[in-house]
Design a protein around this ligand. Structure first.
Ligand code: SF4
Length: 563
């Protein structure tokens, strides 16, 4: 490259450039732009999302839905409510059918959306009574065209919801203690919990009271309904939730002097900048979990970055501050006391999914069963409720792996339950493929999607069951319709991120970027961590089954003793 004679000159006081600079008036130092942190005085909204939240607390949209929109219909909805505040009540417009993924990024929101909604029902801790299960099933068949998906955050999502039906749906849900409050939006989302909380043989404390208290105190509280972005929580004795990718996680640990309590982690999250949560090194007794949770969410509200949406998760603040400063601010500014130092928890060698027949501590058993990629229906959930009742139980749990458990079964009835579940499409002895494959919502309903996911996942599981029936290793496959990683792309053995790729004939087709070798829910330093995105490692959606089969066969051929 040619270099001009002036640019090659050193800028000493002897050069003409330096001499000219010396005579120029000094510029005032540039003020740092700031990240929009409220605690540092940045209270004016710096982007449209912040403006929407400031103009009107999103929780207030419920009254407009009940009093105006449900009566006047979809066309009457204010766009700022429709595409902003509705989310605080679990409502997203769903994608218009027939729009291919290549057009997702170029169309305006109103061109992408259908006049129906996805409605997310929050099920904190994944705990459902029989009555609640029947209510969701009934709403699905009555108002949601028989759709229902178990999400990897223990929610159930319904589709095809009309705004006219929303108040009646809320009435039915709330009559049985369920809600959609803050199921989506920049607020405290569902709290993940162990699907075997209260019944696990090895659990030392059931954290359900802390989950219930957090939901009762803070969910729907306007003081915490305008966060920089979503805030994800996990509270569990066992490491059977993906705690490392939550904004806050409490994980059970025995303190040598104080007994059982919880180890606190902060700053995890996936999407395009994945980060694992970090330990603050503190031990929190059960009774203090809600207060400490409030302290952490308050730090996020006050110090979280609000200028840019893609930097507005807690993980960026934790990464910038470091855990020492984060702990100091939590203790000094928010709790007014010092937290006790605590030991690191023991972590399992592989993720725990609770599938199959397993003992409870009271002598009864639970049965974990797998739908395919979390997809069920209202009809199926009604049948499940009948099966559960017929086997003497009234408790069901959803897992963060898109699976479900039936609790409290007498030993002599477990085989009958396994058979009955199989009869309604829920398999308690699934193939590794069915057991370990998850898929996000994808192009069928999601406006951000680039590719189809659920149907592809069902097809993939069927093909692999046919071709690799006796595959005897654990191999997780997470299928995602775009980079947002709702089905945790980076945490699977094979993580798939939907994108448009070039097919064999040169045409642009649906495909996936592949991440290999991720894993969570187990000891750090063994195999936990994010999968590696391998440059150029892509597959078309059509070739996906062959691709996974090749990876699986190569793995079998090359695995080492005990792997
Ligand atoms: Fe939608 Fe993308 Fe999330 Fe899938 S990963 S549900 S396509 S936003």
């Amino acid at each position: 490259m040619a270099v001009s004679s002036t640019s090659a000159l050193p800028e000493t006081a002897d050069t003409p450039i330096a001499a000219a600079a010396a005579t120029r008036p000094a510029r005032a130092p540039r003020r740092p732009r700031g990240e929009g942190q409220w605690a540092l005085g940045h209270r004016e909204p710096l982007n449209p999302n912040e403006r929407t939240k400031k103009d009107d607390n999103p929780l207030n949209v419920r009254a407009r839905i009940e009093n105006i929109y449900a009566h006047r219909g979809f066309a009457s909805i204010d766009p700022a409510d429709l595409r902003g505040r509705f989310r605080w009540w679990g409502l997203y417009t769903q994608r218009k059918a027939g729009i291919d993924g290549g057009r997702t990024a170029v169309l305006e929101p109103h061109e992408l959306e259908d006049e129906h909604f996805m409605l997310r029902v929050r099920i904190d801790g994944g705990q459902l009574s029989l009555e609640q299960l029947r209510t969701i099933a009934d709403i699905s068949t009555r108002y949601a065209r028989d759709t229902a998906d178990i999400t990897d955050r223990q929610n159930i999502q319904l589709h095809w919801i009309r705004v006219e039906d929303v108040p009646e749906i809320w009435r039915r849900l709330e009559a049985v203690g369920l809600e959609t409050t803050e199921a989506c939006g920049d607020c405290p989302r569902i709290v993940l919990g162990s699907p075997v909380a209260g019944v696990a043989e090895t659990e030392r404390i059931d954290p359900t009271p802390a989950i219930d208290e957090i939901v009762a105190r803070y969910v729907g509280d306007p003081a915490y309904s305008n966060l920089p972005r979503k805030f994800k929580s996990s509270i569990s004795w066992l490491a059977d939730t993906p705690y490392e990718v939550n904004d806050i996680a409490f994980l059970g640990v025995d303190h040598p002097e104080h007994g059982p309590g919880f180890d606190l982690w902060v700053g995890g999250g996936l999407s395009t900048n994945p980060m694992l949560a970090q330990r603050l090194g503190v031990w929190v007794p059960l009774a203090e979990v809600p207060d400490v949770w409030e302290g952490v969410v308050s730090i996020f509200r006050d110090y979280g970055y609000r200028r840019l949406r893609h930097r507005a998760r807690l993980k960026f603040l934790v990464a910038d501050w470091g855990v020492e400063k984060f702990r100091e601010v939590l203790e000094k500014e928010y709790l007014g006391r010092t937290l006790l130092d605590g030991p690191a928890p023991d972590l399992p060698e592989k993720p725990i999914d609770h599938i199959g027949v397993q003992p409870q501590r009271d002598g009864r058993f639970y049965v974990g069963a797998a739908p395919v990629v979390g997809r069920v229906s209202g009809t199926q959930l009604t049948a499940l409720a009948d099966v559960v009742a017929a086997h003497g139980s009234d408790r069901v749990r959803l897992t963060p792996y898109q699976k479900l458990l039936v609790l409290d079964i007498a030993e002599e009835r477990t085989e009958s339950l396994v058979t009955a579940l199989r009869g309604i499409g829920l398999e308690a002895r699934p193939s590794v493929w069915r057991r370990s494959t998850m898929a996000c919502t994808g192009i069928e309903f999601c406006k951000l999607a680039i590719v189809e996911t659920k149907a592809r996942g069902e097809e993939l599981v069927a093909r692999l069951e046919e071709r690799l029936r006796d595959f005897d290793a654990d191999l997780s496959i997470h299928i995602n319709g775009c980079p947002n990683a709702c089905a945790r792309t980076q945490t699977a053995d094979i993580g798939l991120k939907g994108q448009i790729v070039v097919g064999p004939d040169g045409r642009q087709v649906e495909g996936f970027q592949v991440h290999l070798g991720g894993g969570l829910g187990m000891a750090q330093g063994q195999t936990a961590g994010f999968g590696r995105k391998l440059r150029g490692l892509k597959t078309t959606a059509e070739e996906l089954p062959e691709y996974v089969e090749r990876v699986a066969r190569r793995y079998l051929a090359g695995r080492q003793e005990g792997e």
